[in-house]
Ligand binder design. Sequence first.
Ligand code: AMP
Ligand code: MG
Length: 353
Amino acid sequence: MKLKIALLLSLVLLFSCLAACLRHGGSGNPGSQKYEAEFIGLFDTLTRVMGYAETEEEFRATVQALKDDLEVYHRLYDIYKDYPGLVNIRSLNRQAGQGPVEVDPKIIDLLLFAREAYDLTDGRVNVALGALTAIWHRYRENGISHPETARLPDRKLLEEAAGHTAIEDLIIDPASHTVELKDPQMRLDVGAIAKGYAVEQAARAAEARGVKHLLISVGGNVRAIGARNDEGESWRVGIENPDHTAEDYLAIVRAADQSVVTSGVYERFYLVDGRSYHHIIDPDSLFPENRYLSVSIITPDSGLADVLSTALFNLDLEEGKRLIGGLEQTEALWCLPDGSLVESEGFASLKAD
Ligand code: AMP
Ligand code: MG
């Protein structure tokens, strides 16, 4: 229930945020009209799309094609649900320890990207953590539906699972289109990267179809195609305040061909003895740590943004700053437990006035 409320609240805020962005933003191209569309169900969240088009039909066709693309990724990358006749990440998990499994090239590409993410973040984002995150998922779900029985998982249980999280046991063979989970107890959890990666691929496909200006938000994972108009005026994207009682955003940033992605403790959490435990697991401590309330990333690639926002959660501020500082066109905003903000070096230049 709490989860639902939190989700709803964040969606409400996102709505107002995007509405605010557009109000601030003024009009698009001369002769074109502003259109918005939204749909639920993909990646368990709300998708909003906005842009300017000459006709409503033109906009609807753009949105439909985008939605169709996202749906393909959603099904392939699902770890909780089966789809008849489809081999997805859930099927892969079920066949752990049973040899190579033939998969769609989109799964191969995601997992190759996941390996890059592991290397870039020194294992702070590890899709092979599934055995561990599944335990936390179970305890969290139980804690949300039965708060009176909410408990923390036993450390022994977590340590046992941590013994089955070696990324080396994920064998990807692009030539034969197969993936093998060598360790029978290993599980993939692509929750930290799949949405951002899918949004990036869908956005690129839209660009290839000729879409020049569009703002896509899949549950707050925002990707801007182009600027808002041919004059190059940027989209404005509000960064959600983890304090849902606050009225303003943490920041409003300008985005053109950029992604704005946030990981926040408010997205999924449960309470044990009055203390909150969120959904990002530190592979060193095996627990969710309380370093930040949220971390936002601005960088062109939405897949990278998704990776980094999760990774920074598992890094101290100085380590995180070093990681961001070494990447081109990449900025970050950390919201600390006391609500104060820390910006990466070039973040200020992206803020809207
Ligand atoms: P995000 O909301 O993008 O930060 O991703 C969080 C989700 O990624 C969680 O709900 C888990 O499914 C998964 N996850 C949690 N911790 C990790 C981690 N250290 N590495 C990879 N995936 C993780
Ligand atoms: Mg992420």
